[in-house]
Write a protein that binds this ligand. Structure first.
Ligand code: UD1
Length: 332
């Protein structure tokens, strides 16, 4: 919000105040921009909110693995029905530009190479392997250990959780909308976002917020598996900069295009926990060996396309970002 307003945009925020993301209702303004409290599934309210609007940045979604499959209708309702209502209203109102917050979860497991069989796609992990502490996905052909690598936007989509499936559906719905309306969509596949203002620990929070929330009350971060799972932690100010670049690109580009939004500097979850604990002066992480079936092992990306086509390059160094995040306030 701050970045948009600093760039001279007039902004209205729409927020449903969903209890999965908010413990307290959202404020009436964010960084000076008015907040409309509405659910994207509310057709008349969405139509009204689009009056005078020339572009939409669609960040609204239920994220994470959730609690259990009872969450499934709400994920699909918020993420896919909500997107469908928004797209229909944009088409009716003649709003032609959309930035979509997508996610690296659309890929499923990251990119892997087998020393014998070259580039392979890792099969979904199974409970028996995970329970035995075998966290690395094996080569689907020979069972050998695989080397994880950087994934590019051309990789096939292979969602492995309900949330991931709803994000793939958002991508497909927005692509269909772009084709039918002649509008432009820039889809940003966020990697693991962290930074000031993240919501506190909920079943829908990402790992950085969970670790930060634990440290705030003096508890050690609990690192699942063996802590060696790789992610790309990208700072929220870099994500804001990527959104600005994407918004500009909706003027110059046409059609639908996806971009990894990543720092290009992978880290393990164990490293993130250790650095955050050190920066917060809290207890060191505990590696628990627990696992969640919907989690993927490694997912790190090439940021090259966003660099060459959007001019986006992450600027915040992980150590600096973590030091700031360790003391920054979380959102209620
Ligand atoms: C996360 C987000 C996802 C978002 C994506 C890209 C969540 C839950 N996940 O996916 O919504 O689209 O980044 O921005 O918001 N872990 C621990 N300890 C914990 C919790 C998790 O070690 O207390 C581990 C998990 O086992 C996993 C890793 O941390 O290996 C990352 O977990 P998480 O942030 O939940 O999910 P991502 O799949 O990375």
């Amino acid at each position: 919000m701050t970045a948009l307003r600093e760039a001279g945009h007039r902004v209205t925020v729409v927020d449903a105040g969903h209890p999965g993301a908010h413990r307290v209702p959202p404020p009436d303004t964010v960084a000076g921009a008015p907040v409309l409290r509405l659910d994207l599934r509310d057709r008349p309210a969405v139509a009204d909110a689009l009056a005078g609007v020339d572009a939409v940045i669609h960040q609204a979604a239920m994220v994470g693995l959730g609690v259990d499959l009872d969450d499934l209708p709400e994920y699909v309702g918020c993420n896919d029905l909500g997107t469908a209502v928004l797209l229909a209203a944009m088409a009716r109102a003649g709003v032609p530009r959309l930035v979509l917050a997508s996610s690296m979860v659309v890929y499923g497991e990251g990119s892997y190479t087998c020393p014998e069989h070259g580039s392979v796609s890792a099969a979904p992990r199974v409970v028996a392997h995970l329970a035995a502490g075998r966290f690395e996905p094996p080569c689907p052909v020979c069972g050998a250990a695989l080397d994880p690598g950087l994934i590019s936007e051309d990789a096939p989509l292979d969602p492995r959780s309900v949330y991931a499936a709803t994000k793939v559906a958002q991508e497909h719905l927005t692509a269909a909308w772009a084709r039918q309306t002649g509008g432009t969509v820039v889809a940003l596949r966020y990697h693991n976002v962290y930074g000031p203002g993240m919501p506190r620990d909920t079943p829908y929070s990402g790992v950085a917020a969970i670790f930060r929330s634990a440290l705030e009350v003096g508890r050690a971060p609990r690192v699942f598996e063996d802590g060696g799972q790789r992610r790309d932690f990208v700072h929220v100010r870099d994500v804001a900069a990527a959104n600005l670049a994407a918004l500009d690109a909706t003027v110059t580009r046409s059609g639908w295009r996806a971009y990894n939004i990543a720092s290009g500097r992978p880290a393990t979850v164990g490293q993130m926990a250790s650095e955050l604990a050190r920066a917060a002066g809290g207890p060191p992480p505990i590696v628990t060996g627990e696992f969640r079936l919907g989690d993927v092992r490694h997912i790190v990306a090439s940021p090259a396309r966003a660099g060459s086509e959007l001019g986006f390059r992450a600027a915040v160094d992980l150590a600096d970002g973590v030091a700031e995040f360790a003391c920054a306030p979380l959102r209620g």
